[in-house]
Design a protein around this ligand. Structure first.
Ligand SMILES: [Zn+2]
Length: 468
C-alpha cells in the first residue's frame, strides 16, 4: 500500500534534471516515474528538489552543551576542557541528542553517526537516553559508544620525557563487555538503531581493545568506527607507540575494511592512502572541526583519486560549533580547491551530494539500502523548497544548494518511509518544548576551569616545540 505520493518533484539525472512522481510504500521507495497515480498522502513537489538523505557521518551529540564555549585550542588541549565540562546527566544527553537530530534533519541529513561520550558509571543509561531521543525524532542512528582503555594524558606524544600515566578506570575486558551488552540491548537495525564498535582512537586505546572490537563486529555483523590521525601530534604519537604509521598498525590489527569508517584522516602518507583504498575503508571528512582545532586540511582530493570512499561529518558541536550538515558539505568541498591547482580534480556540487548520501551509506555498509533515489531502497529522502529566498533566483538547484548558504530550505524529510518534517517543521517532537529545555539546561553549565588543562598544557607546548 502506497503511503505517500510526491508529485512533480525535480530529481537530478545524468543530463540535468527531470520532473517525476515518487511513491513511498511502507519504509521504501516503490516507484519513480511520470504521472504516477496519486495514492496515499499526496505531497506537492512542484518547485522542489528531491534528494536522498545525507549522512552526518561523525558527531558527538552531548558536545552541544559546550558549543561556543571552548577557546581556540588544538585538539589535545581542547579535549581537556571538553572532558572536564562533559554533562553527567542522562536527561541532558537525551536533550542534546534531540537537538543534534533536529539540526541534522533540517540541514538535509536523515542518518546520524553519534560517537557517544559515555557518563562514567552510567554508560548504558547514556546509550538508552540517545536511543530514546533518536527513536522519538525518527532519524536513523548509528551509535558508537566512545570507548577507551587508556588515560587521557597518553594521547600526547611523550617526546622522550618518560611521562607516567594514571591507569584508566575501566580495563579492556570490562570495556569490551560493556560494548557487548550495548549491542545485545540496543542494536536493532529494523527500528533504525545501529550500534557501532567505535574505539575512541589509537591515541587512547590498546591493541587488545581494537582486536576485541574487530571480533565483536564480526560476531554481531556491526560496523567499526574510530578517530584516525586527526592531528600532527597523533602522527608523532603513532611513531612512538608503534614504530610505524597508525594506518599500518590498524591494518595489522584487522580493524580496516569496507565496514569501517575513520573520522578525520588528516595526517596520512601516500602509503597510508593506498592501504585505505586496498582495504576499502571510508574516510569521514569533518572540515569545520579540522579548521576550528587547527588540525590541518585532510587530503580529500588525493583520497578520491586513489578510490577511497569519502563521507561528510559535522563532528561534535564543541569543535564546529553547529550541526549544519549543508555547511560542512560546502566547506568540505571547496576547501580543497586551494590544495590542487588542477581544477578538474575539484569536487563538483553533484559529487558532493553523492559523497554525502551514498558515500555516507557505504561507510556504514548500507549502500544497498540507502544513499540514492532507487526503487527498492529505503525511503530516506529530503525535499528542498527551491522558492526559499536563499535558493533564488532559480539557477542550478544542486549548485546553489551546495555552494550557497541555504536557510530553512528543507520542506519535507522522510526516514524509513515516515515523514519527519513537513512544511519546514519537525512533526515528530515538540521543537518549541526542546528549545525551552535547552534554554533552561544551559543555566547550570557554568564556567568551570579545567584541572586537566593545567596538567597537560606545559607538556604539550614542550613536546610540540612551542615557547613554554
Ligand atoms: Zn570526533
Amino acid at each position: 500500500m502506497v503511503s505517500f505520493t510526491i508529485r512533480n518533484a525535480l530529481i537530478p539525472v545524468e543530463s540535468g534534471y527531470q520532473t517525476v512522481d515518487v511513491h513511498l510504500a511502507g519504509d521504501g521507495i516503490s516507484a519513480i516515474g511520470s504521472s504516477l497515480e496519486p495514492l496515499g498522502e499526496v505531497v506537492d513537489g512542484t518547485n522542489k528538489l528531491l534528494l536522498p538523505g545525507f549522512v552526518n557521518a561523525h558527531t558527538h551529540s552531548s558536545e552541544m552543551w559546550q558549543r561556543g564555549r571552548i577557546p581556540p585550542f588544538p585538539l589535545e588541549l581542547w579535549i581537556a576542557e571538553l572532558y572536564d565540562g562533559t554533562p553527567l546527566d542522562p536527561e541532558k544527553i537525551y536533550l542534546s541528542a534531540l537537538g543534534t537530530a533536529v539540526e541534522t534533519l533540517l540541514s538535509g541529513g536523515t542518518s546520524v553517526v553519534d560517537h557517544l561520550v559515555l557518563i562514567p558509571g552510567q554508560e548504558l543509561e547514556t546509550i538508552a537516553a540517545v536511543v530514546k531521543a533518536y527513536q522519538e525524532v525518527g532519524i536513523r542512528a548509528f551509535i558508537g559508544p566512545l570507548i577507551q582503555d587508556q588515560s587521557l594524558t597518553t594521547s600526547i606524544p611523550d617526546g622522550n620525557t618518560q611521562q607516567q600515566h594514571e591507569p584508566y578506570y575501566r580495563n579492556t575486558a570490562d570495556t569490551l563487555s560493556l560494548l557487548k551488552t550495548a549491542i545485545a540491548k540496543f542494536h536493532n537495525p529494523e527500528a533504525g538503531i545501529h550500534i557501532l564498535a567505535a574505539p575512541t582512537g589509537m591515541q587512547l586505546c590498546s591493541d587488545a581493545l581494537f582486536e576485541g572490537c574487530v571480533e565483536l563486529s564480526q560476531q554481531a555483523q556491526i560496523c567499526c568506527h574510530t578517530h584516525l590521525l586527526e592531528t600532527k601530534a597523533q602522527q608523532q604519537l603513532a611513531t612512538e607507540k608503534y614504530g610505524c604509521s597508525a594506518v599500518e598498525h590498524l591494518k595489522h590489527l584487522g580493524f580496516l575494511g569496507p565496514r569501517t569508517s575513520l573520522a578525520h584522516c588528516v595526517w596520512l602518507s601516500d602509503r597510508d592512502i593506498e592501504i585505505l583504498a586496498q582495504t576499502q575503508s571510508t574516510v569521514v571528512h569533518n572540515p569545520l572541526s579540522n579548521l576550528r582545532l587547527g588540525s590541518g586540511i585532510a587530503p580529500i582530493l588525493k583520497y578520491r583519486q586513489a578510490g577511497v570512499n569519502v563521507a561528510f561529518g559535522c563532528d561534535g558541536s564543541a569543535s564546529n560549533d553547529s550541526q549544519d550538515l549543508l555547511e560542512a558539505i560546502k566547506i568540505g568541498s571547496i576547501l580543497h580547491n586551494i590544495t590542487d591547482f588542477d581544477y578538474r580534480h575539484w569536487i563538483t556540487p553533484r559529487q558532493a551530494v553523492e559523497m554525502a548520501a551514498l558515500g555516507g551509506a557505504k561507510g556504514l555498509n548500507q549502500q544497498d539500502r540507502l544513499g540514492s533515489l532507487t526503487v527498492g531502497k529505503q525511503a530516506d529522502l529530503v525535499l528542498y523548497d527551491l522558492t526559499q529566498l536563499s535558493l533564488l533566483p532559480q539557477t542550478d538547484p544542486i549548485g546553489l544548494l551546495i555552494l550557497g548558504r541555504p536557510v530553512q530550505v528543507v520542506h519535507s524529510a522522510w526516514v524509513r518511509g515516515k515523514r519527519l518534517v513537513a512544511a519546514g517543521k519537525v512533526t515528530t517532537i515538540d521543537v518549541e518544548a526542546l528549545r525551552q529545555q535547552l534554554f533552561e539546561g544551559s543555566k547550570d553549565g557554568g564556567d568551570r576551569t579545567s584541572a586537566m588543562l593545567a596538567q597537560v598544557e606545559t607538556h604539550y607546548r614542550t613536546v610540540m616545540g612551542l615557547n613554554p
